[in-house]
Design a protein around this ligand. Structure first.
Ligand code: PHE
Length: 478
């Protein structure tokens, strides 16, 4: 047997996980969700979930990867066998792969929009344009399946190319160059936002806490977002964790990832809202915040085309370092399980994701509002995909927490965590009780508001999870 693959440097896991975490979630989704949900209150709930639920699960997921040193699906199989626990836990690997698949399919389409906007900015075609024109140009993009497909294809090919080159030559080398560059670009855009925009308004919007601004659905979104932004629950972190050096500290690394990820979301929020408010525009524009509102601001600001173009490059880069972490778990599985070569495994993965991405592409044109094919259980196909992942991610996270908290032996966890007892107890309490309760609570409170028929489904999965956890625990004791 060949020796397990490990990142070249002790710190590479941190770099890779931050690359995975920082993406459209930080630059596009976080600002628009915050805008829609009243600002500070949303951020408060989001930050609390990151600290109490996100970080403990991040530690757990990394631990599962490193303890198994395999791709998530094979890794869960190995862990359930070596720990003699219920086979049901393998669902963690399968659900993760399934979610990664769905996410990549729409992630790539949306990242493609950023390619389009990079072109629009640098060509100067939006300079001086008014709000209506810019709104229309976004509409035109969405109405064109050809354009959307071209960008979707380009983006997914680029991601596949990097992963296909292997974890050292492709992923590590790519990240080592891209991550610092992205950070510098963010600082440039932030500096520009501070000078050209209204930072005061942005700060007070982001940091004024008024809990009554937050709806129940806002709570669910804040939690969903904290999983999404930390790349939790779909095997990405587990797959990268499998290559993590045994010497790196799990706790310290997880806290750093969460810290950097949150800091970047906030910095992006400050930059974007400074520009948006500075131009007298509204925060609550939904997904169009980055693709309509922000370009309107850039269109009227001095050198807006240049900074705007650079900003959209940041978006593409951040999205690529995330999408490669979605390709890796499934590709690694295909390599391990079927002995495929890496390029072939990657090609298979991205081909199917590309096909699934057609659902998202067509949701905005052929199947857009008003057409019969638009309505899939009252949502567009794209909304359905997003909704499924909003459920799968917390659910995957919940199962990871339960498995690491209840099914793994104390010795094994301590060996991986190599931390003192107090920290260990604290983490264990969080993954055993706090994280599962928080996830279950928000699920049960909000589901009726969203879709009545989902309660039985989610409820039974929660019950099966609790039952499996309980049984494993009892087996362990006897
Ligand atoms: N965390 C990424 C982002 O914020 C999205 C992502 C989710 C990437 C899950 C990988 C896995 O954009």
């Amino acid at each position: 047997m060949s020796s397990p693959k490990i990142w070249t440097h002790k710190g590479t896991f941190l770099l890779a996980a931050v690359g995975s975490a920082v993406g459209l979630g930080n630059l596009w989704r976080f600002p628009y969700l915050t805008g829609e949900n009243g600002g500070g209150a949303f951020i408060l709930v989001y930050a609390l979930t990151i600290a109490l639920v996100g970080i403990p699960i991040l530690i757990a997921e990394t631990l599962l990867g490193r303890a198994s040193r395999k791709s998530p699906i094979m890794g869960m199989q190995y862990l359930t066998e070596s720990h003699n626990t219920s086979r049901n836990w393998r669902a963690i690997g399968w659900m993760g792969a399934f979610a990664a698949f769905i996410i990549l399919s729409f992630y790539s389409v949306i990242a493609g929009w950023a390619i389009h906007y990079t072109g629009l900015m640098f060509s100067g075609s939006l300079v001086g344009a008014d709000a209506a024109t810019i709104g229309e140009s976004f509409g035109d993009l969405l109405a064109s399946p050809g354009l959307l497909l071209t960008y979707h294809t380009l983006f997914i090919l680029a991601s596949g190319l990097i992963v296909g080159m292997g974890i050292h030559k492709g992923i590590e080398n790519g990240l080592r160059f891209m991550m610092p560059a992205l950070f510098v670009i963010l600082l440039i855009v932030l500096g520009y936002g501070v000078v050209a925009g209204d930072v005061g308004a942005a700060m007070s919007f982001l940091f004024t806490f008024n809990l009554s601004d937050l709806s129940l659905e806002g709570w669910l979104q804040a939690m969903g977002q904290s999983f999404f932004t930390l790349s939790l629950g779909m095997g990405a972190i587990m797959a990268y964790g499998a290559y993590m050096s045994s010497e790196a500290s799990l706790t310290r690394t997880a806290i750093s990832i969460a810290f950097v990820d949150t800091a970047i979301a906030l910095l992006a929020g400050i930059a974007i809202f400074s520009l948006v408010f500075g131009s007298g525009l509204e925060a609550g524009q939904g997904p169009g915040l980055m693709f309509v509102t922000l370009p309107i601001a850039f269109a009227e600001l001095p050198a807006g085309w240049l900074i705007g173009g650079v900003f959209f490059i940041l978006v593409i880069g951040a999205a690529i370092t995330s999408s490669i972490s979605l390709v890796e778990p499934v590709a690694a599985y295909l390599v391990e399980r079927f002995g495929l070569s890496r390029p072939i495994a990657v090609t298979l993965m991205i081909t199917f994701c590309w096909l699934l991405g057609l659902l998202t592409v067509f949701s905005f044109n052929y199947w857009s509002e008003g057409t019969i094919t638009h309505d899939w259980f009252g949502r567009s196909p794209f909304d359905v995909l997003e909704f499924i992942t909003n459920i799968l991610m917390p659910l995957g996270g919940l199962l990871i927490a339960l498995f690491a908290g209840w099914a793994l032996s104390r010795e094994e966890v301590l060996r991986e965590m190599s931390t003192n007892d107090t920290w260990f107890e604290c983490w264990q309490f969080l993954v055993r009780f706090v994280a599962p309760t928080a996830v279950a609570f928000v699920f049960l409170r909000t589901m009726p508001q969203i879709d009545g028929y989902l309660i039985p489904a989610v409820g039974s999965v929660l019950l099966i999870g609790a039952f499996t956890a309980g049984r494993t625990f009892i087996q362990r004791q006897s």
